[in-house]
Design a protein around this ligand. Structure first.
Ligand code: F6P
Length: 369
């Protein structure tokens, strides 16, 4: 393995830089040349290669985003586009490609290095590192960026809780996560929210509205000093927050006709891209560094089609994944199996998805106390 190229792709995630830095340092120390590709697969198609020396990556692990830049590249679904990408990788004499990203990015890597597509062309080894604040990738306990995103959500919700307490108000706070409710569920626990709404529950709109109204009324009946209500909604719950607010407010007015409307109407905060930015937490710096260590060493050992995973939440048969000899908390899992499990997770078919939703139903009453 003489030359390894690194790219970051898809939605950026805090901690990507830590992974880039570790890849450069570990690869270099082993005698490989490590180069960067700017703006993910889009940059690959534009032949946007940059040199990455230890000097270039000094101090970047403190920075959010990714120094390489990132992009979404829909054209990569086309075989001819991937052929062009392979020509460029051949011209650049790349032996191994390290892809740091989420579901779409790792799918792109799998197709790019598909032996059937490569045919008699220059062989290409690939390794993946899970990076997405959504934590929607299968067979890894965590992806890079999730911890920082959760900390950002908790900080924002703590602030909102102060003003909600002062006014006895109800806040519906929407958090990112695409089709996965992980961030909404875990941050609801971490902020002590009264209710979490996530797509895995599969509830119809009317039930969601009812659930919020019942939660608000139950809390308003309390004789406690503060009667604030914090509801965390995953963006994956398809109902638009404005529509949700309008329906909840109307129902609350109906159920509490004597209350002054301004005292019962809800407030909405959409945290949006704030959740994806910021300096990576200590844990994300560590996670990025450790996963990159394991992934680069796999490439150096001529392994391919693997993703470095952090403590997979399910038992893995040997043909699917093995513990890294370099880090007992990290595993090397088959990339195809990761993507298949990711699909199961997102479609609610995997036992893990069912457990997540079920566990929340079990504690729902406790959240309200
Ligand atoms: O996948 C990460 C993510 O931040 C999702 O949570 C969100 O749905 C999406 O990306 C937003 O994408 P964009 O930045 O392209 O609008």
């Amino acid at each position: 393995m003489k030359r390894i190229a690194v790219l970051t792709s898809g939605g950026d995630a805090p901690g990507m830089n830590a992974a880039v830095r570790a890849a450069v340092l570990i690869g270099r120390a082993a005698g490989a040349d490590v180069v960067g590709i700017e703006r993910g697969y889009r940059g690959l198609l534009e032949d946007a290669f940059v040199s990455l020396t230890p000097n270039d990556v000094g101090g970047i692990l403190r920075e959010g985003g990714t120094i390489l830049g990132s992009a979404r590249c829909k054209e990569f679904h086309q075989r001819e586009v991937r052929d062009r990408a392979r020509e460029i990788l051949t011209k650049r004499e790349v032996d191994g490609l390290l892809v740091i990203g989420g579901n779409g990015s790792l799918t792109g890597a799998l197709h790019l290095a598909d032996p059937k597509e490569i045919g008699s062309g220059r062989p290409l080894k690939i390794a993946g590192i899970p990076a997405s604040i959504d934590n929607d990738l299968g067979l890894t306990g965590l992806s890079i960026g999730v911890d920082t995103a959760m900390n950002t959500i908790v900080e924002a919700c703590d602030k909102i809780a102060d003003t909600a307490t002062a006014h006895d108000r109800t806040f519906i706070i929407e958090v990112m996560g695409r089709d996965c409710g992980y961030l909404a569920m875990t941050s609801a626990i971490a902020v002590g929210a009264d209710l979490a709404l996530f797509p895995e529950a599969g509830k119809p709109e009317t039930e969601i509205v009812d659930q919020i109204v019942e939660t608000v009324l139950a809390i308003r009946e309390r004789q406690r000093r503060a009667r604030k209500v914090i509801i965390i909604k995953a963006e994956g719950v398809q109902m638009q927050v404005d529509k949700l607010k309008a329906q909840v407010d109307a129902e609350l007015r109906k159920r509490q006709p004597d209350a002054e409307p301004s005292t019962i109407e809800t407030r909405v905060t959409v945290l949006g891209h704030v959740v994806r930015g910021g300096r990576p937490s200590a844990f994300d710096r560590l996670l990025g560094s450790r996963l990159a260590n394991v992934a680069v060493r796999a490439l150096l050992a001529n392994q391919t089609h693997k993703m470095a995973a952090w403590m997979p939440p399910v038992e893995l048969p040997e043909e699917v994944g093995t513990r890294s000899p370099y880090d007992p908390y990290c595993w090397l899992v088959d990339l195809g199996a990761v993507l298949a499990e990711t699909e199961n997770l997102l479609k609610g078919r995997s036992p893990l998805a069912r457990w997540r939703a079920g566990a929340f139903e079990e504690i729902e009453d406790a959240l309200l106390l």
